[in-house]
Design a protein around this ligand. Structure first.
Ligand SMILES: O=C(O)c1ccccc1NCC(=O)[C@H](O)[C@H](O)COP(=O)(O)O
Length: 209
């Protein structure tokens, strides 16, 4: 088994370098001003410039306007778009880029519905539901709600850390895992040792499978 790792909500070049050196497959940059992890296009460009070939740079948006996404794309070399709000499939597909959709899971059937609705996505990210926040909540949801049949790559997020990621990978067998708060020492400030430990745990459990 293999599970890829995305480290999300990076704001500092040294954290990007640490994630890459530790073996991250993707890094996430948040373009959502209410988030404490939000970065400007200029900051994001500097962060993306730290990323070597074959590591994916993902840009996160929450209910952006078309102009906002286009403006970021003109300034930052993003490989993939990630939409966390109420964006329609047509909106997500409208930028000539590969994209993934994030959903907040509350009850049975929601993931199956999203697989059908967002069938043209490059993946479906499943995260914990929260009444006020669109992501990065540090909350775990009930992994039993995740179906075995998956028409798209499934990316597991929500409250993951080095303490629970091996159990998550063993139970869910996701295409990838996504972490933000679980590798931080403060909002948007990553802890290099936590990043390394998290990625090592994923690699360890995948190797023993
Ligand atoms: O990080 C944020 O503040 C954020 C705000 C709004 C939408 C998405 C956001 N982050 C997305 C992520 O960091 C991850 O995809 C995911 O939610 C995991 O977060 P965590 O539970 O902290 O590991």
């Amino acid at each position: 088994m293999t599970a890829r790792v995305k480290i999300c909500g990076l704001t500092r070049p040294e954290d990007v370098r640490a994630a890459v050196e530790s073996g991250a497959d993707a890094i996430g940059l948040v373009f959502y001003p209410p988030s404490p992890r939000s970065v400007s296009p200029a900051q994001a460009r500097a962060l993306a410039n730290e990323v070597p070939a074959f590591v994916t740079v993902v840009g996160l948006f929450v209910n952006p306007t078309r102009e906002e996404v286009e403006s970021v794309l003109e300034q930052v070399p993003l490989d993939l778009l990630q939409f966390h709000g109420d964006e329609t499939p047509a909106f997500c597909a409208g930028f000539g880029r590969r994209w993934i959709k994030a959903i907040r899971v509350r009850e049975a059937g929601e993931i199956e519905d999203a697989f059908a609705d967002y069938r043209n996505a490059a993946g479906l990210l499943v995260d914990a539901w929260d009444p006020e926040r669109y992501g990065g909540t540090g909350r775990v949801f009930n992994w039993d709600l995740i179906p075995q049949e998956r028409p798209l790559p499934l990316i597991l997020a929500g409250g993951l850390s080095s303490d629970n990621v091996s159990a998550a990978v063993e139970q869910v067998r996701p295409w990838a895992v996504d972490v933000s708060g679980g590798v931080e020492k403060g909002k948007g400030i990553k802890d290099i040792r936590k990043i390394r430990h998290f990625i090592n745990e994923v690699h360890r459990v995948c190797k023993t499978d």
